[in-house]
Design a protein around this ligand. Sequence first.
Ligand code: FES
Length: 84
Amino acid sequence: MKTQDTKHVIRICLGSSCYTRGNAENLEIIQKFVEGRNIAASLDFRGHLCNENCNRGPVITIDGESFEEVQPFQVEKILMEKLI
Ligand code: FES
């Protein structure tokens, strides 16, 4: 169970396949979202290398929930639903 002190955990795949197929742009969108809402302190946000899910990429995971084939136009909606 989450407490108020629990941070949202975001992991974005920065392996070459995910990165070139959308996560480069998705990363920028997430960074701007976090900066714009000043919520960095409530996040544990990190990239990771390829974990062999390339065929379902670009992959982003939030609080253990995996989002696959994430395209830039979808990112803000996902963040709003999961973080705000
Ligand atoms: S590059 Fe993301 S799973 Fe392989």
